[in-house]
Design a protein around this ligand. Structure first.
Ligand code: NDP
Length: 244
């Protein structure tokens, strides 16, 4: 990864597992100071902390539920104390479930919307006082927001919401020099969630590149949007989906 972000202060939510873990490691390798948070998986957090320690630098792995206003406040207080502010916010933590719409309860709708969309509102609104001019916000959306997917109405609605949020925020925060963009992954295979052979083969057939993506392949576009290489991009959605 040749993008350098030396001294940039970065928060990655959901940074302990899956795509977020790849993002955390890529930011650390690019020289950034980092706070990565997970919610509850202590083993994943410990493993990431160990891996980051091996790399040296100012890196911290914390726990916070990003759907909780109080816990987001505490998380951002930690970013202020440990990093001295923020240059980059990556809202990556996400929740999903597969439920026929006729069986989708209000509780499940709220759980997914709160984790994927309301959390972005909480994080951005509370991070604004910490974000420097030239700051970059990256919201991790999903290709499925554009495609629509059966059994995931709540998930796709939350991810489509991020696109609208980013477009409005781009206009509102642009005058302060803060950019807001979305990275929308397609099907990404991570160590936590290997797919069964049938589903893997189906997605491989649907994808122009004939294979699933890897977390590291989402990290590249996220680092690009975090860096000054994308200084004239805001309100944009980058699809990282192998041409699905
Ligand atoms: P994983 O389920 O592998 O990891 C999710 C991460 O988010 C974990 O670190 C988890 O922490 C954390 N997390 C979940 N809920 C919360 C919460 N309420 N507060 C704080 N942290 C939380 O997800 P993926 O890596 O698969 O996905 C990452 C993002 O990419 C998500 O937004 C997802 O919607 C999006 N995406 C993923 C795709 C894929 O194919 N994998 C495709 C398109 C989009 P803990 O383990 O401690 O709970």
């Amino acid at each position: 990864m040749s993008i350098r972000l030396d001294g940039k202060r970065v928060l990655v939510t959901g940074g302990t597992r899956g795509i977020g873990r790849s993002l955390s490691l890529a930011f650390a390798d690019a020289g950034a100071d980092l706070v990565a948070c997970g919610r509850s998986d202590r083993e994943a957090a410990r493993s990431l902390a160990e891996e980051l320690e091996g790399r040296g630098g100012n890196h911290h792995v914390l726990h916070a539920d990003v759907s909780s206003p109080e816990q987001v406040d505490t998380l951002l207080d930690e970013c202020r104390t440990r990093l001295g502010g923020l240059d980059v916010l990556v809202s990556n933590a996400g929740a999903i479930s597969h439920v026929p719409f006729s069986e989708l309860t209000l509780d499940e709708w709220r759980r997914v919307i709160d984790t994927n969309l309301t959390a972005a509102y909480l994080l951005v609104s509370r991070a604004l006082p910490l974000l420097s001019e030239g700051g970059s916000i990256v919201l991790v959306g999903s290709r499925s927001a554009q495609a629509g997917i059966p059994l995931r109405a709540h998930y796709t609605a939350s991810k489509a919401g991020l696109v609208g949020l980013s477009r409005s925020l781009a206009k509102e925060l642009g005058p302060q020099g803060i950019r807001v963009n979305v990275v929308a992954p397609g099907v990404i295979e991570t160590a936590d969630k290997p797919l069964n052979e049938e589903i893997r083969a189906r997605y491989e057939r649907l994808t122009a590149l004939g294979r699933l993506g890897q977390g590291e392949e989402v990290a590249g576009p996220v680092l690009f949007l975090a860096s000054s290489l994308s200084a004239y991009m805001t309100g944009e959605t980058l699809h990282v989906d192998g041409g699905i």
